[in-house]
Design a protein around this ligand. Structure first.
Ligand SMILES: [Zn+2]
Length: 214
């Protein structure tokens, strides 16, 4: 069954057309715009009904995915990680999201797929399918520059260089996320998870995770 998309009237009434992406969900007796997080004190019958186009659905879901976090590094979205390979609308109320796992057997992937599904359903789409594509394999080169900055601010050194060059961990001196020094040294091939290595900063003495180039 098709579910109509309700637009946020509070924003629409301010003299602007309701921006794309302001979807409403029912919160007790009122409706709440989940993007602008203000309650709409109107009964649902006053809401406009907008049957969106496939183009709208695709753009909306891409936008939405920026707010779906990676469970292991919540400061990164699935877009920052570069694991979303495609978004394809299925009619005006369904979507197929294609993702590529970061590491085969990465335990976070099931949770990522579930988080994407829940976010898309909460935004008002009736159907969402998550398709997993293994080839070509994900590489840290797909991580966005914004994602790498967020990683560093979170205390994890982002991958250095390109995955194709296969740099040896022993040869690397990633900048310390705490003090920025590059007088750093590998301690262990594995950090808090298999996709990270443990380094120590010789300047400030702090150990830190390094997201391996892959
Ligand atoms: Zn340091």
């Amino acid at each position: 069954m098709l579910r109509p998309q309700l637009h946020c009237l509070a924003l629409g009434q301010a003299g602007f057309a309701a921006p794309r992406g302001h979807f409403l969900k029912r919160a007790k007796l009122s409706w709440r715009c989940i993007f602008a997080s203000h309650a709409i004190r109107r009964s649902p019958c006053h809401m406009t009904i907008d049957i969106t186009t496939e183009q709208d659905v695709t753009a909306r879901v891409w936008q939405l995915l920026h707010s779906v976090p990676d469970p292991e590094v919540p400061v990164l979205s699935v877009i920052d990680l570069g694991i979303v390979r495609g978004v394809e609308a299925k009619g005006s109320h369904g979507v197929v999201v294609t993702i590529t796992p970061t590491y085969s057997g990465c335990p976070a992937m099931d949770m990522i797929a579930m988080n994407i599904k829940m976010a898309v359903l909460a935004a008002g789409l009736a159907q969402v399918e998550i398709k997993t594509v293994l080839s070509p394999a994900w590489t840290t080169d797909w991580m966005t520059p914004a994602g790498k900055e967020k990683l560093l601010a979170y205390g994890i050194a982002p991958p250095v260089g390109r995955a194709l060059d296969e740099p040896y961990l022993e040869d690397l001196q990633p900048a310390c996320p705490q003090c920025g020094s590059t007088i750093t040294e590998l301690v262990s091939q594995f950090g808090s998870t298999a996709c990270k290595a443990l380094f120590v900063c010789r300047a400030c003495g702090e150990p830190f995770d390094y997201f391996k180039c892959h």
